[in-house]
Ligand binder design. Structure first.
Ligand code: SAH
Ligand code: SF4
Ligand code: F3S
Length: 470
């Protein structure tokens, strides 16, 4: 039997089987899906498919989906109906709809039953089959029927997003591993993405070299648990950061997401000592209660997490933190919930992403009674968000009067003629274009452009965006 690698080699030969068929990809979920959508775009492009501007301009619509919460899945099912309706209302012929990503993996052929059924289902490790399946589907309805689902995990199926298809900004995503070996009891990801499988350090370095050769100056290393990266148990995440730092022309390295369990002191030492590695840690805590953390199987205790934060503050200059929180996990008492609030007051995160617990079928926590009422979950969520806002407002006010330096990432909508800038520690500010006295650009004297380095005086803030001025 041909190995996956030799199959991939054969598939890597460009073909014209797309025959100009226009494909529109809509991406949901996390950054892994953003990366995968670019990789899918690359595979389709190579085979003569074209990129459609929207669902009205497309012969095929692919939805790259997320299963992490029930609501995310419901939205996709209704989106399929909506796409078909919008096409009908615009007097356009029916469009071929495919589901990729985590829902494809979780639900497989189920997605081809019921009212909003789809034509094609392709899971996260089978995107190399997509061009072939699509061309069969659009050219020959009859043979296509047998081949409309491709799911199942393949450990060596790593896809690479070609630089030409990256959106024009200056942080390029690079997936360093896929899947997850943890089994947090609430989480569907290990089932949809399979076991943790690393890309080799050489493949990662080659990918980044290609990006830098095409003009990239910043990469974001991606994975569900990048801190658990450990190639053949010989080269861990700290060592990988060091190798990536050695790439000439690369200026900044970010990474997402780290599991607190694997954020070892020597990893934080490396982050603190490598100039190119940005001082921003997204470290999901989920809950501040040891009892809940234990039921979630997060494998760390609240105090260990807090010690890690203290250590990071000592060894990583200007470090900032963000986190994920789940409220209303089965059995979460008021006392447990208060413990989460205490952590927020103590750590003073720049940003939190907070979610109401959502039961996922087949995960270990599904055996526990989902016993916190929806109203109570909503109350806890609102309280978490209110506390975060209050804490942040105090912290942000301390920054007024300081001068910050960052990289221009995009044009800002407000105010007019201004740019959005991100600092290495992931803070955002807006600057007006032009030649104001407290604003200078390294690369140009006449206005700014994406990728420029800019310094500005912080004068205020609105939510998490800082304002600058005279
Ligand atoms: N790999 C990352 C995050 C994966 S999913 C980590 O280990 O932290 C992103 C976030 O979604 C999680 O951090 C968690 O806060 C949230 N999440 C995952 N499953 C959930 C569920 N069943 N209900 C509510 N939120 C969930
Ligand atoms: Fe899910 Fe836990 Fe793995 Fe993160 S570490 S992806 S929360 S199982
Ligand atoms: Fe969602 Fe899958 Fe990412 S479940 S969060 S798209 S790994």
């Amino acid at each position: 039997m041909a190995s996956f690698q030799s199959e991939l080699k054969a598939l890597n030969q460009p073909t014209d089987r797309g025959d100009g068929c226009r494909v529109f990809i809509e991406t949901y979920g996390c950054q892994m899906n953003v990366y995968d959508s670019q990789a899918i775009g690359g595979l389709l492009d190579k085979d003569g498919f074209e990129t459609a501007d929207d669902i009205f301009d497309a012969d095929v619509v692919l939805l790259n989906t997320c299963s992490v919460r029930e609501l995310a899945e419901h939205k996709i099912i209704s989106r399929v109906g909506e796409i078909r309706r919008q096409r009908r209302n615009a007097d356009l012929p029916p469009v071929t709809v495919g589901i990729c990503g985590c829902m494809a993996e979780r639900l497989g052929g189920e997605l081809q039953k019921g009212t909003n059924r789809v034509d094609l289902v392709v899971g996260v490790d089978n995107y190399d089959k997509l061009p072939g399946m699509l061309s069969e589907l659009v050219t020959s309805q009859s043979s296509a029927r047998r081949k409309r689902t491709a799911t199942g995990h393949r450990s060596d199926a790593h896809y690479v997003a070609p630089p030409s298809l990256y959106p024009v900004n200056n942080s390029h995503l690079v997936t360093i591993h896929k899947g997850c070996d943890y089994k947090c009891t609430y989480c569907i990801v290990p089932y949809t993405r399979g076991p943790q499988t690393e890309k080799s350090p050489q493949a990662i370095l080659d990918e980044i070299h290609t990006l830098v050769d095409s003009g990239a100056t910043e990469v974001t290393l991606l994975g569900q648990n990048v801190t658990a990266y450990n190639w053949q148990k010989e080269l861990d995440f700290a060592a990988l950061l060091e190798s990536v730092s050695g790439i000439d022309g690369l200026e900044r390295i970010r990474f997402l997401t780290g599991h607190p369990k694997d954020m070892h002191p020597h990893t934080m030492d490396a982050i603190g000592s490598l100039d190119k590695v940005c001082p921003w840690l997204h470290l999901p805590i989920q809950s501040g209660s040891n009892a809940v953390l234990k039921r979630m199987k997060r494998l760390y205790k609240r105090d260990e997490y807090l010690e890690m934060v203290d250590y990071a503050r000592r060894v990583i200059p200007d470090v900032t933190f963000s986190t994920d929180i789940i409220v209303g996990f089965p059995g979460e008492t008021e006392e447990d919930f208060q413990a989460t609030l205490e952590v927020l007051s103590r750590v003073k995160y720049d940003q939190i992403f907070s979610f109401k617990y959502s039961e996922r079928p087949g995960v270990p926590a599904a055996k526990l009674a989902d016993d916190i009422s929806i109203d109570e979950k909503k109350r806890r969520l609102a309280e978490v968000m209110a506390l975060q806002e209050k804490t942040w407002n105090v912290e942000a006010a301390r920054e007024v009067g300081k001068t910050w330096t960052g990289i221009v990432e995009s044009a800002a909508r407000h105010p007019r003629d201004s740019w959005r800038v991100r600092t290495p520690n992931n803070r955002k500010f807006v600057v007006a274009d032009g030649l104001s006295s407290n604003l200078f650009s390294k690369n140009t004297n006449h206005g700014l452009k994406i990728g420029d380095e800019v310094s500005a005086l912080i004068t205020g803030f609105a939510n998490t965006t800082f304002l600058t001025g005279e």
